[in-house]
Design a protein around this ligand. Structure first.
Ligand code: NDP
Length: 245
């Protein structure tokens, strides 16, 4: 990424590391307002991504990054998780993928799910359900995280029996979906029901001519670096053509 940034700078890009608070796409040139300035542009690529959702319960903030994470692939190999029991919350494909991934490092992986069925695809469910290191806690919600310097356990309530059990785990991974960073758009681009920017199929064009969207902000399915890079470079190509004609 540093090399990509250097390449952009070499071609004259000016980089402002600031939070965008407001955009005005009602007329061209478009206006983008940050904490300290307003820049104008003939074309804009929105590539603000999506943030992993977190749950908030007693201890969840205290042990955030001290045993609690929202990305098993990023953090799962850390020494604090090695050969220790771990837990994943969620019932979608991400939860299945993360749980399977974590069995490489943890001694056991619990999937804590709030219902009695998974929404994950059959193949991903099967991989998790047939993995001998994975145990599913159905109809269960996490109410508390506790520990000392880092997480050592969870209080988990079974919603059917109302019983609260003590789960000794050293790691907890949220896999409950992502939230696209689109609030700052303030309704100026068409979004889908989950808040992702809608693009014309097969393109990166949004509902406003001259505004494009790339990466996770418009892709809730694949969410891979390679997809983000592909839609990003496609946007730049389209902008080049757009500015030429
Ligand atoms: P999903 O929205 O599919 O699943 C989120 C899961 O989290 C659901 O099971 C949901 O429960 C649970 N959940 C949501 N909010 C809460 C909450 N407050 N408390 C407890 N549980 C909660 O998100 P994913 O990230 O799993 O997947 C997103 C997309 O990415 C999907 O289209 C998926 O197919 C795709 N994907 C594909 C992969 C692959 O094929 N390899 C890998 C990863 C993702 P409930 O079911 O009860 O609503």
């Amino acid at each position: 990424m540093d090399r990509c940034r250097s390449q952009s700078l070499r071609f004259g890009t000016q980089v402002f590391t600031e939070t965008v608070n407001k955009v005005d796409f009602s007329s061209t040139p478009f206006k983008i307002t940050t904490d300290s300035k307003t820049v104008v542009a003939d074309t804009v690529v929105v590539a603000t991504g999506a943030v992993a959702k977190r749950l908030h319960f007693s201890g969840s903030d205290t042990f955030w990054n001290r045993g609690i994470s929202a990305c098993a692939v990023c953090d799962g190999a850390a020494p604090i998780f090695r050969n220790k029991p771990l837990a994943v919350i969620g019932g979608g494909d991400s939860a299945m993928e993360e749980a399977n991934f974590l069995t490489k490092y943890g001694s056991k992986v619990y999937i804590i799910h709030r219902r009695d069925t998974f929404r994950a695809s059959k193949i991903m469910q099967n991989r998790a359900l047939t993995n001998p290191k994975i145990e599913v806690l159905w109809n269960s919600v996490t109410e508390e995280a506790y520990g000392e310097r880092s997480l050592t356990g969870l209080k988990v309530r079974n919603m059917v029996t109302d019983e609260v059990s003590d789960l000794k785990v050293s790691g907890l991974f949220f896999a409950i979906g992502h939230e696209p960073a689109t609030k700052f758009l303030d309704g100026q681009l068409e979004l889908d029901s989950d808040g992702y920017v809608l693009t014309k199929p097969g393109t990166t064009q949004t509902s406003v001519r001259g505004v494009f969207a790339a990466g996770d902000v418009q892709d809730k399915k694949y969410r891979q670096a390679i997809t983000a890079a592909g839609t990003g470079s496609f946007s730049c190509f389209v902008i080049f053509v757009h500015l030429q004609f």
